[in-house]
Design a protein around this ligand. Structure first.
Ligand SMILES: Nc1nc2c(ncn2[C@@H]2O[C@H](COP(=O)(O)OP(=O)(O)OP(=O)(O)O)[C@@H](O)[C@H]2O)c(=O)[nH]1
Ligand SMILES: [Mg+2]
Length: 206
């Protein structure tokens, strides 16, 4: 397996060092069906060179992996993506992207240990691949936001229609993004952080 992002001799790099002011680290998982843009999002937003575990898709996957809608995809994540982003001087997010293909979903167990929240990436051309993912997060009780990755040519639905199609409760944030764009991907993480904060904030005494 080629661990891209790590050079032959992985040593600490000055630009990868955490700021000494960092006081809180939060683990966030990026999930979603096959080919929805998880690796792209982790890579675009990460301030360190992201670690990816992408393998070339081969004929061995034919009939095993459902590539309908993503026929031009040549690589797929087989273990995880890893990246890091500092939200401010004190708060650092560690990002773990999961493999999208169902045959690797057993890896979710380890990747979710200690995670505070999740981003579910969705492609509107293949909404159905998100159903199982959202169901699994609900079963685990992990708070999540849903981000629609706006691929060119993908159908655009009104928010309420999407909410209904994904069977999302009103309180779950639903946002749009372009996973290739750093600031757009950062906005998704900020939406998740605001949501997590709202879940823990105690109401003001009357
Ligand atoms: N046009 C466009 N292409 C995107 C966007 N996000 C990802 N892509 C492309 O879509 C393909 C799949 O993206 P990945 O990031 O590999 O998707 P993934 O969810 O990590 O895929 P798996 O790990 O195989 O499940 C790649 O060729 C990306 O360049 C986007 O926002 N817009
Ligand atoms: Mg991937």
């Amino acid at each position: 397996m080629d661990f891209k992002g790590s050079d032959a001799l992985p040593g600490p790099r000055r630009e990868d060092a955490l700021p000494s002011s960092a006081a809180a680290a939060v683990k966030i998982v990026v999930v979603g069906g096959f080919g929805v843009g998880k690796t792209t999002l982790v890579g675009s937003v990460s301030e360190i060179r992201p670690l990816t575990t992408e393998e070339t898709m081969t004929r061995a996957g034919v009939g095993v992996d459902d590539v309908a809608g993503v026929e031009r995809k040549t690589e797929t994540t087989v273990a995880m993506d890893f990246g890091r982003i500092s939200i401010d001087e004190r708060l650092v997010l560690y990002l773990f992207g999961t493999p999208g293909q169902e045959r690797f979903w057993f890896l979710w167990n380890g990747l979710f240990d200690g995670a505070l929240g999740a981003v579910v990436l969705v492609d509107t051309r293949r909404l159905e691949v998100s159903f199982d993912v959202i169901g699994r997060l609900e079963d685990r009780g992990v708070p999540f936001v849903v981000a629609v990755n706006t691929f060119p040519g993908a159908p655009r639905y009104p928010v309420e229609e999407l909410r209904t199609a994904l069977d999302l409760p009103d309180y779950v944030p639903l946002v749009e993004c372009d996973a290739r764009d750093r600031s757009s991907s950062r906005d998704v993480l900020m939406a998740l952080m605001r949501y997590l904060h709202s879940l823990t904030a105690t109401p003001e005494p009357q």
